[in-house]
Design a protein around this ligand. Structure first.
Ligand code: AMP
Length: 425
């Protein structure tokens, strides 16, 4: 019996994995410029963490978590998202006491959600995310949004739409919540079972329902922007003014609510507008979570962050047909002929690798023609041929595959010779 890969997961094979590394390297480089540092947290956490932060009424907690009991009868959950764990760690490691606030962090790694798999939606996917915890300066909201837009820009994506909204503070949200209940309650039996439950628990989440998206009452639902108090309004205006100041274009969408409970004030998403991008266009989601640190046992410490998945990032790159500047990556293939040359090629590839070059040799005892073909297939920049004559004369024949030229090089000079030629190009 053969065993297949679990539904909703994928193997990232060579040829694809370079794309992942490329996106991750861009994201990390932008984080460096914005002065965000990496944090690594466990893949699993106590289930309670997600119930308390993501929220009991969310789809994630109710339907999508990979929860299991370990041998010590603790309930653990494979992380469905990154913010909860980062905030837990912030509290546990007393980062709120650090001299420099906000604490600016980024993370990357696999997340797990038991969702219905489709294009762009997996059960295991890799998120890259950023959290800035410890400041309520609207400039940090604009910074975090600017950071993710910079990552996309550096990768070469152009067909993007940034959508922002304010969910307001607690007071604004309470007023809006009451208005939503008044709006939906008389017709709630026309909505799905989930929405009927959401009405009393968290009516804002009705606006996020995939099943009832087209119901007439969705279009006329009270807008949060009409319920923002003066403070929340002023905050939102500052955020947009700072975005204007750094030239970031955005659209305000009062219907944007995020699927997780902990958000308030700024909420945002980045969508792909590339033709041919699948039905799910959201590339990135983020927002402010001012009560979360307290909810998880820390002092008042307001935060904001975002996360995107590498899977959808790559899909957007493919849809926009952006070039991948990926080095095919083999500097030199050593073709060795005869037993003595083959033996010598073992230390020769090692010398090249030690000198920082990527080098390969034959391990299949192939004839010269097959070795030359392998060198070609592997896109070697140089093919170095070591036969018996060369070996006795302590030299090697080096073909520059790009230029079509050929040189005889002393064996102990090979690494330097290749490096000099590569630098000259
Ligand atoms: P969320 O944590 O739900 O706000 O999602 C943030 C981002 O993670 C989304 O904008 C997507 O880029 C990505 N994402 C969420 N769920 C999935 C999934 N099941 N498969 C792939 N990417 C996902």
């Amino acid at each position: 019996m053969s065993v297949n890969i679990p539904r909703g997961t994928q193997d990232i094979l060579p040829g694809q994995s370079e794309k992942w590394q490329y996106i991750e390297s861009i994201a990390k480089d932008v984080c460096r410029r914005y002065h965000y540092k990496e944090i690594r947290t466990p893949i699993f956490e106590h289930t309670e963490l997600f119930k308390r932060s993501v929220g009991d009424t969310t789809d994630i907690v109710q339907k999508e978590m990979y929860t299991f009991e370990d041998r010590g009868e603790r309930s653990l959950t494979l992380r469905p998202e990154g913010t909860a764990a980062v905030v837990r760690s912030f509290v546990e490691n007393k980062m709120f006491g650090m001299a420099d606030q906000p604490v600016k962090l980024y993370y990357t790694g696999p997340m797990f959600r038991y969702e219905r798999p489709q294009a762009g939606r997996y059960r295991q996917f890799v998120q890259f995310g950023v959290e800035a915890i410890g400041s309520e300066d609207p400039a940090i909201d604009a910074e975090v949004i600017g950071l993710v837009m910079d990552i996309y820009k550096m990768a070469g994506l152009k067909k993007l739409k940034l959508v922002i909204n304010s969910l307001g503070d607690a007071e604004s949200r309470t007023k809006h919540r009451e208005a939503l209940i008044r709006h939906f309650e008389p017709h709630i039996e026309e909505f799905c079972g989930d929405c009927q439950m959401r009405l009393k628990q968290n009516p804002l989440r009705i606006l996020d329902c995939k099943k009832d998206r087209d119901h007439e009452l969705m279009k006329t639902a009270p807008s949060i922007l009409d319920y923002l108090n003066e403070e929340s309004k002023a905050y939102f205006e500052k955020v947009t003014a700072y975005l204007d100041a750094v030239g970031i274009q955005y659209t305000i969408d009062p219907k944007l609510v995020r699927g997780l409970d902990y958000y308030n004030h700024t909420a945002f998403e980045v969508m792909s507008e590339a033709e041919g991008f699948g039905a799910i266009t959201t590339l990135c989601g983020g927002g402010r979570y001012n009560g979360l640190v307290q909810q998880l046992g820390g002092p008042e410490s307001p935060g904001i962050g975002f996360a995107f998945s590498i899977e959808r990032f790559i899909a957007a790159m493919e849809a926009e047909k952006v070039e991948w500047p990926i080095d095919k990556g083999l500097d030199c293939f050593i073709v060795a002929l005869g037993d003595a040359a083959k033996d010598r090629s073992v230390s020769l590839v090692h010398e090249l690798r030690t000198a920082g070059l990527s080098a390969e040799r034959d391990y299949q005892d192939r004839k010269m023609k097959a070795q030359l073909k392998a060198s070609d297939r592997q896109h070697a920049r140089f093919t170095a041929i070591l036969g018996e004559d060369e070996l006795t004369e302590n030299r090697i024949t080096v073909k520059d595959m790009a230029e079509g030229s050929q040189d005889q090089v002393p064996l102990n000079e090979l690494a330097n010779y290749l490096k000099t030629k590569m630098e000259a190009n």
